[in-house]
Design a protein around this ligand. Structure first.
Ligand code: FRU
Length: 486
């Protein structure tokens, strides 16, 4: 989000907070409601926060407005899952608060959760510790962003703020989105966070999660068309060289199509516990769709599994869903592959085959969520069209050495002119295998076993649709998927 927009947004939100209370459908069967992607029952959500695995549960905290369906009153919502597919939404985890003495309000911006296995912070062995950005504001003006700590000793169900907050303050209005992890080899905590308007990631270390020391900074590289947000730093295996690992720094900023949209990029390099050094300073985008932002990986898991927010700040507050606004991607596992001396990110959706209900034989009158495996054996223009009963269309295909999603004709009423668009990404070979999930208003495409990922929204006005292959595309497999809500 643009850093100078907080005040306007806050005003907008106050107007919306007085709106009539929205009622969610307990069956999650509203028009456009994704059936295999998590979305909160009602109200606004943006970034995933505090992703962590703990005692048999995956925790998804998320930026949440408890009072309305546009951005504001930012607090942490909470959902848990045992399999990363079926989610149970729990009561609000950490709520915005007012300081009665100063009149300042604090919103709970994005952050992280770690499991304090050794009780380094003194809140209990295995306490869940949240470190989040406290966004302090007064009379619709941002005052400061600093980092604060809250802890839970009941599996994230209730939270207490640390009485000596903030734990990290450099007196800046833009300083946010801490990601913290335990660096086993050096027995210390590491925090990555951004100075958004300076396109900088800072790295701090701590032994007790309360006192932090600046170690180094990374910046001056990659795409700097838009402010940087939500960094994450992790070590990934190299698939075709199992002895080796590399470090990846991913962050949110501009989109491959430029600064009118948000997107994510990543750097590959080394991290010695103090300094991240990128192998080069070139730009690598993480997802080529328009709707994958603020992605971070789970803590306390051996695999690196990332979730992103399926939306874009450019039109995020206007998407035509109700009574909720915002959803999260299918969790994707990350790894690296070496090709011609270069390392490349691989992203694969987690295995959702247990959701397969039936094999699709006919491709007309579909109203389920579907998974399709598509094969394209030549470079000729080929793909599939998803056409609804009103004739509106969403197209996925390959053409001129690129894979693309065309959603320019995929909406009924135009809710925002910049939504209609075509996205594309370069392909490495003429033969292409696509794994495609079509889920009511979200499409995710994974190309050639994770070489390219594209996540997008679409809003076909009628929920009944047909699928037709064109060119040299053939549908190898297709399944109707069960809803995660029933
Ligand atoms: C990214 C972001 C973060 C911030 C949060 C506020 O989408 O702007 O930088 O912490 O959203 O909701």
């Amino acid at each position: 989000m643009k850093y100078f927009n907080w005040a306007i947004l806050a005003t907008l939100v106050m107007a919306c907070a007085s709106k009539k209370e929205q009622v969610a459908d307990p069956r999650y069967s509203e028009q456009y409601r994704p059936q295999i992607h998590f979305s909160p029952a009602k109200n606004w959500t943006n970034d995933p926060n505090g992703l962590v695995y703990h005692e048999g549960e995956y925790h998804l905290f998320f930026q949440y407005n408890p009072y309305g369906d546009t951005w504001g009153h930012m607090s942490w919502g909470h959902a848990v899952s045992k399999d990363l597919m079926h989610w149970e939404e729990l009561p609000l985890a950490i709520e915005e608060y007012l300081d009665a003495a100063t009149g300042d309000s604090t919103m709970i911006f994005s952050g992280t959760v770690v499991i304090d296995k050794e009780n380094t912070a003194g809140f209990g062995t295995n306490a869940m510790i949240a470190i989040y950005t406290s966004h302090v504001h007064k009379n619709n003006e941002a005052v400061v962003q600093h980092q604060s700590l809250a802890y839970s000793t009941d599996k994230g169900r209730t939270w207490k703020h640390y009485e000596k907050n903030p734990i990290l303050d450099i007196q800046r209005k833009d300083f946010r989105d801490p990601k913290v992890f335990w660096l086993e080899s050096q027995q210390k905590w590491v925090m990555a966070l951004v100075v958004p308007d300076l396109y900088k990631v800072q790295f701090y270390s701590s032994t007790n999660l309360k006192e932090w020391k600046l170690m180094s900074e990374f910046g001056n590289a990659g795409d700097r068309q838009r402010i940087w947000e939500c960094p994450d730093l992790y070590e990934l295996p190299i698939e075709n060289d199992p002895e080796k690992t590399k470090w990846v720094l991913s962050l949110s900023g501009s989109h491959p199509q430029g600064k009118d949209f948000v997107g994510m990029q990543y750097f590959i390099g080394t991290f010695d516990g103090n300094t991240f050094k990128a192998d080069d300073d070139s730009t690598r985008y993480l997802d080529f769709g328009k709707d994958f932002y603020a992605g971070i990986a789970f803590n306390n898991l051996s695999k690196k599994i990332m979730l992103g927010w399926v939306n874009n700040w450019t039109y995020g507050n206007q998407i035509p869903t109700s009574p909720w606004r915002g959803a999260f991607s299918i969790p994707r596992e990350l790894s690296l592959k070496e090709r011609a001396g270069q390392f490349e990110l691989r992203q694969r959706p987690i295995d959702v085959s247990s959701l397969r209900e039936s094999e699709l034989k006919s491709f007309n009158d579909i109203n389920n969520t579907i998974e399709i495996e598509l094969q394209i054996d030549s470079a000729a223009h080929s793909g599939i069209k998803v056409t609804d009963n009103t004739g509106k269309q969403l197209i996925v295909g390959v053409n001129n050495g690129r894979v693309y999603i065309d959603r320019s004709q995929s909406q009924g009423t135009v809710f925002q002119p910049q939504f209609a668009s075509i996205e594309s990404a370069p392909l490495q070979s003429g033969k292409t295998k696509l794994k495609i999930f079509v889920d009511h208003s979200i499409i995710e495409v994974f190309v050639n076993d994770g070489e390219v990922a594209m996540c997008e929204q679409f809003y076909l006005p009628n929920q009944m649709y047909s699928i037709t292959a064109f060119g040299n595309a053939s549908i190898k497999n297709a399944w109707a998927l069960k809803s995660i809500w029933r």
